[in-house]
Design a protein around this ligand. Structure first.
Ligand SMILES: CC(C)=CCC/C(C)=C/CC/C(C)=C/COP(=O)(O)OP(=O)(O)O
Ligand SMILES: [Mg+2]
Length: 567
């Protein structure tokens, strides 16, 4: 690295001679400051809000299992329940009903059904893991002209639901690939001519398709955008949804207060002033992974780990010199407090936090867990620290490429990219946090490199690269990304490389969708945070890097979920 002055290493001890020139990124500061420190949540109020859910929940349970609804009415009800984020309250009931409906399904039933009905049925089955064939859409296509029928174009509600269905496609479903392009083009063409809520629904779906959105935000928006439809259907659902949003909002305020206090106690602002100190934004990631109340511990652990990963990433990419990074990586891989001695003064507090937080986690999980879950979560902590070490080595590899001005082959980049996507660390954080439901079997599954995990990790790596490579190229040394590696390996210009990487993103989503179809390798509860992480990645990196520049999306989402009152 070009340094104004430099550090020298003597027998593993670094001596600061003068200030080196650092690859500072000038990240914008968090807009939240200490704002959430003063959020106080009354425990009595929280309990009362939890209690307010019970009565409408029981009423809705009765409706779900009642014999009075026909199959289409049931699927319609499950669609509302799912889109409002309420399915987890009725897992067994919904599962039992869908099992029966899917078994009894006769494809002939769809002969006279319209585009909206078929698309909604398709979404409900696929969202719950039932592989309803995409052939149900064949009748909307004219096979002589290879085009979708003219009459579909005038059915905007049907088109919208068809567009949402295409987001659930897997590899080989070419009719859904075509339908995605077709519905998107048609909806884009008519959106400005539409009125009222339908206009808002189409506009929103074009910007953020439901399946790829953050669940709780989509639920809140669904509640307001589909209010008329919901209220004509059954006031019971709106009553439950409102009580549920109220409870969740309070719980989230409490969790964010705890995390803000933790961030202040850790003094990130003081020890890593060069890094992104973004607790509320990273809490949003945690919330995106699991919003259900029982996963409070998981949200808090994941958000803390994400903040640690964030300052570590910025230390590697946007502050330390290559010599310092070699020492830091070595110390992280030694994972013992005495290794702190080899670090420059400014890195010592960060190193101490990394180790201390893991020890704290171990203590907390042993204290809270029960029976087998203690053994599994202890094992998860071990895996977690080893993935943290792997992450540090991955970050160093990137730094060495950058330092030498070397561009690796695309294959080599992707192998390391899976590590630097941070997803192995984040997945292990979720395993630790969800300790109540984590078994040794689930842990073994994580370690067996399942396709859905790889697809989610690589989705993160490529999405992040595509939206950040231009910003990162402005630093003192150019960051190496998949865009450079692809251009170099395949000898194509930047525009072609970016296009190819974007196509890969679509394939990763297809693999993720496939991994959620029955029979799944692990339970839906274990799969949920994996898919939700892919959703958060899509939300944050779909257009630009909305993590580094959070005023669009992240700030709007935090305001909607945590600050604004429930209407
Ligand atoms: C990488 C990725 C998809 C992260 C999403 C998960 C997440 C919230 C991780 C913690 C913060 C982090 C490292 C953000 C990316 O920074 P960056 O843009 O500087 O990442 P880079 O240095 O790896 O390119
Ligand atoms: Mg970075």
């Amino acid at each position: 690295m070009a340094t104004r002055e430099s550090y020298s290493t003597l027998n593993g001890n670094i001596k600061a001679t003068t200030d080196p020139m650092r690859p500072l990124a000038n990240f914008p500061p968090s807009i939240w400051g200490d704002r959430f420190l003063s959020l106080s949540v009354d425990t009595y109020e929280l309990k009362a809000c939890a209690k307010a859910i019970e009565a409408p929940k029981e009423e809705l349970r009765r409706l779900i299992i009642s014999q009075n609804l026909d199959s289409n009415e049931k699927l319609c009800l499950f669609n509302y329940v799912y889109r409002l984020g309420l399915t987890y309250l009725f897992v067994e009931e919904v599962q039992g009903q869908l099992d029966k409906l899917f078994k009894e399904l006769n494809m002939k039933d769809y002969d006279n059904a319209d585009l909206y009905t078929i698309s909604t049925n398709f979404q409900v089955f696929r969202q719950h893991g039932y592989k309803l064939s995409c052939d149900v859409f064949n009748k909307f296509k004219d096979y002589r002209s290879c085009k979708f029928h003219e009459y579909t174009v005038t059915d905007v509600r049907g088109l919208l639901s068809f567009y949402e269905s295409t987001q659930l496609r897997i590899r080989g479903e070419s009719i859904l690939d075509e339908a995605m392009e077709f519905t998107k083009a048609q909806l884009t063409g008519v959106v400005d001519t539409l009125q009222g809520n339908l206009a808002k629904q189409v506009k929103h779906a074009l910007v953020s398709p439901f399946h790829r959105g953050m669940k709780m935000v989509e639920a809140r928006l669904y509640f307001s955008l589909y209010e008329e439809e919901l209220s004509t259907y059954d006031s019971l659902i709106t009553k439950l949804a409102k009580a549920h949003f109220n409870y969740l909002r309070l719980l989230q305020r409490q969790e964010l207060q705890i995390l803000t206090k933790w961030g202040k106690d850790m003094e990130f602002q003081v020890i890593t002033p060069y890094a992104r100190n973004r607790i509320p934004d990273l809490y949003l990631w945690g919330l995106g992974l699991y919003y259900e109340p029982p996963y409070s511990q998981a949200r808090i652990i994941t958000s803390k780990i994400a903040q640690l990963v964030c300052v570590l990433d910025d230390t590697y990419d946007a502050y330390a010199t290559i010599e310092e990074l070699r020492l830091l990586t070595d110390a992280i891989n030694r994972w013992e407090i005495s290794a702190m001695e080899q670090l420059p003064e400014y890195l010592k507090p960060l190193y101490k936090i990394l180790l201390n937080e893991h020890t704290e986690l171990e203590k907390q999980l042993s204290k809270n867990g029960r029976g087998n879950s203690v053994t599994a979560s202890k094992q998860a902590v071990v895996y977690h620290s080893s993935h943290f070490q792997e992450l540090a080595r991955g970050y160093l590899k990137e730094a060495e490429w950058r330092h030498r001005g070397q561009v690796p082959s695309f294959q080599e980049y992707m192998k390391n990219g899976l590590i630097t996507s941070t997803y192995n660390v984040l997945f292990k954080s979720s395993v630790m946090g969800m300790s109540e439901i984590v078994t040794q079997e689930a842990l073994d599954w994580y370690e067996s490199h399942p396709k859905i995990l790889e697809a989610t990790g690589l989705l993160g790596r490529l999405y992040n690269d595509i939206t950040t490579f231009q910003f990162e190229a402005k630093r003192a040394q150019k960051q190496v990304t998949s865009v450079d590696a692809y251009m170099n390996t395949f000898g194509v210009p930047e525009i072609v490389a970016v296009d190819e990487l974007k196509n890969m993103l679509q394939d990763f989503w297809k693999d993720i969708n496939e991994g959620c179809l029955k029979p799944t390798e692990v339970s839906i509860e274990i799969l949920a945070p994996v898919v939700n992480l892919a959703r958060m990645t899509d939300v944050v990196y779909r257009y630009t890097d909305r993590f580094t520049f959070p005023e669009k999306t992240i700030e709007e989402y935090i305001t909607l979920l945590i600050i604004d009152p429930i209407p």
